[in-house]
Design a binder for this molecule. Sequence first.
Ligand SMILES: Nc1ncnc2c1ncn2[C@@H]1O[C@H](COP(=O)(O)OP(=O)(O)OP(=O)(O)O)[C@@H](O)[C@H]1O
Ligand SMILES: [Mg+2]
Length: 495
Amino acid sequence: MVDWGRLELEQIGIVASPSRETDADCILQEGKEKEVTSETLVLIDNRNGNKVLAVCRGGVGLNDNLKINYYNPGVAYARSGKSASVAKEFFSFKLVVIGDVTDGEIRQNKTIIAPASPVYKFKEGTNPMELLGSAKHTLGYYAMGSPQWKVPILAEYIPHHIGVFGVTGSGKSFLCRYELIPLLQRAGYDILVFDWKGSDYAPYYPDSVINMGDIELDEASVYEYLLERLDRFGSGKIAETLQRYLEEVILGGAWRGSDPHETISRLKDAMMKTITEENLEKSGSLSKWGEIYARRAEKYLSRLRPEDVRPVMGKLSALEIIKRLREKKVLVIDLSYGSKEQKLSIFLSITRRLKELMEEKNRLDIAVLVDEAPQYCPWNPRGIEEETTKHIIGLAALGRSYGLSLILVSQGIAGEIGINAAVRRNLNTLFIGKIHPLDAMEAEKFFATSWIGADSLLRLPEGQFYMVGKMNPSPIPLLITFQIEEGEKIRHGKR
Ligand SMILES: Nc1ncnc2c1ncn2[C@@H]1O[C@H](COP(=O)(O)OP(=O)(O)OP(=O)(O)O)[C@@H](O)[C@H]1O
Ligand SMILES: [Mg+2]
């Protein structure tokens, strides 16, 4: 139960008419417009009998003397450079209802908010977050409050997956490093980070970094990777046959050498052997088709350089990586060098093993953090991206049951700059920071009835994010932020 007498509140105004059960307008007392801002949390002592927690949004200033829709004395004053009367001026805010908090837990408010009900703001020493229920975990703090106002989080929804969105420099990687990773750890998850650029996470976990070159690729990933390196042997029927032969060779395993040169020559030998075996004529010589295959294979294989095969020569298996993750609790895969295919092959190799473990009905309690998510699952995936996109959707479905949480970080939400729509549907909690203008329409969908418009999303300062969705105990988005160390307050782009 909430001890209402203990809460330190300060009246800021009263409810105006008309009012509803989901929102109301608040007329501010004189002078309070300087203290109350959008996103200020308020308590409505509803004259109809309950207590309602709400947030101020959509403020308005009104002065009848200064209406601009017709010529009037106020307009005349303004035109002549004189100041107009402010006697009839007043300010109001839209109060967006979070819920009925009368009984110390948050419930949907079903009681009409009575006009003239008093509206209070919380003094700094009183933490309104306590009214959001007794969640065990918290993340950051309420952006328009004090750092003590830690925002409660429903940790049971972590495996329903998380999206972090915001333009470059909005603070996504910082949010992950300062808040999400520690939260996931407190909630019992080990965190595997795929650091696309190698600069956002790897330097901060120096003892827990694995370089991409050391990682062993599984056969499917080796095949996909080499296929891309070999330009899929061109196109048409010949290419398709050669692709099939390459798959056989990779599955056969005889292609691995002790160094890149040896690997290339073994790969060539194994391909030629397969071509010969499959295309022998009764006379014992190679068929006409066999010769065509051999020539095409030779042409493409001769393009392979040692640096192309180095990535497939790593020794660290996915299982060993998972074991190391269990020891370190946070493990960063540094993907900073190498081609896109290499990076995605590594992601596939490791997470396929995680998928197998889930298929064998193991509970994982692992969070996979993927920064630069559009590289893995863009809106319109091609080549190896198709495989990673499908795979991520599969991981998301199994993860909900077996404790694998995906945290996908992206600059854009939808369309060309965003992530694949089918993947996005699996992200049930979103942190939305300053958005890209191209995302204005998409982002507004998440804020439909909560009075947050694209205009404010386009202007959010770095480090502020709206939390939307299942992990949020409030049914409407809350604005959160977090403190970073002094030394890290470098302006983005000037590092
Ligand atoms: N909570 C915060 N308070 C103050 N400044 C912050 C906060 N979070 C981030 N910043 C500032 O924002 C800058 C950019 O943050 P960050 O690198 O996380 O952006 P990003 O969204 O990951 O960008 P990119 O998409 O380019 O990777 C940081 O260098 C830091 O100075
Ligand atoms: Mg980043």
